[in-house]
Design a protein. Structure first.
Length: 321
């Protein structure tokens, strides 16, 4: 499955620039409107499904038709808390953590490729007795969403895709620094620094993927980073997750998606340095049932976390509710 903290490290490679920033600006605790569901509440909602793959972590809220939320890297289902707050009155919202990320626990030999991630999702949905879903996806989760649409079109009612991989740009060039660090075995160590230096996390990773890095409170950073570096196995799986971005998991998928009848809406952060507007335009041309593109000019890679109202508005319009 495609991951992309590319960003995560285009950044980490720029620590020297970070050190030149005013200490006061870096150390200030964020002042920003947070979603109603905070990290503690999200932790309390987490469940685990015992599947052949391992213990798959997920959060479930709401009832009725199911919506499947697919997160990016190095995040987990917590990325979607704000959107779930707003959409759970209309859908049974399911937000799993991908294998190798978040709070999902899988054995060392488990493959972390996009194909394996899709197999896990199908197993989870079967376990939950869910036949079909509306997919909302981000980043590497968007790559898995496209595989899902290609292989199980009968199980996808609609897709809302945000900044994510596309076949001609997967993995994007900006991910290469993260892949190289994963190969060298240093990515987890660099990410772990964010736990003890929240200001560093905001000035590097946060500045790269959010319009307002203040969204990264200490609790939010801990929610994302703690499981990734909690053991030698998890650190290795964090690296393996990035190594599984190559070869291109979407290679050869275009012809199938060009025949898709799934309604697709594209919502794109226009200030993202990882996935360009060219990628959004590609998706719009690719899907015959595209409902067009909405651009959030100031949005970056993980704008979904900052603008859950936009995600909810577009999802409801796509779903007709």
């Amino acid at each position: 499955m495609q991951l992309s903290p590319a960003v995560i490290v285009t950044i980490v490679g720029n620590l020297s620039a970070t050190m030149l920033m005013p200490a006061q600006a870096l150390s200030k605790e964020p002042d920003i409107q947070q979603p109603a569901t905070d990290a503690a509440a999200f932790h309390a909602m987490r469940r685990f499904a015992n599947l052949p793959f391992g213990k798959i972590a997920y959060v479930e809220r709401g009832r009725g038709d199911a919506a499947l939320f697919l997160h990016g890297a190095p995040l987990n289902g917590f990325q979607w808390r704000g959107a779930i707050d707003l959409l759970s009155p209309y859908r049974r919202c399911i937000a799993p953590d991908f294998m190798g990320l978040g709070y999902t626990q899988v054995p060392a030999q488990q493959s972390l490729t996009a194909d394996a991630q899709l197999d896990m999702l199908i197993s989870l949905l079967n376990h939950l007795k869910i036949v079909a879903v509306d997919i909302i996806a981000s980043d590497s989760g968007g790559a898995v969403a496209q595989l899902f649409a290609a292989r199980y079109p009968e199980r996808v009612r609609s897709m809302l895709l945000t900044n994510c991989d596309v076949e001609p740009d997967s993995p994007p060039a900006g991910v290469q620094p993260a892949i190289k660090m994963a190969r060298a075995g240093t990515l987890a160590d660099e990410t772990a620094k964010w736990l003890s230096d929240n200001a560093l996390a905001r000035a590097t990773f946060g500045a790269a993927v959010f319009h307002n890095p203040a969204i990264l409170t200490a609790d939010n950073i801990a929610c994302y980073v703690t499981p990734l570096v909690s053991s030698a196995l998890r650190r290795q799986q964090y690296h393996d997750f990035h190594l599984a971005l190559e070869p291109n998991p979407l290679a050869g998928i275009e012809a199938t998606l060009k025949r898709s009848n799934i309604p697709v809406r594209i919502v794109w952060g226009g200030s993202d340095t990882l996935f360009s507007m060219a990628d959004a335009n590609y998706l719009d041309r690719l899907f015959p049932q595209s409902r067009g593109i909405r651009v959030i000019p100031e949005g970056k890679l993980f704008f979904q976390e900052e603008y859950p109202d936009v995600i909810a508005e577009e999802a409801r319009r796509l779903w007709g509710v």
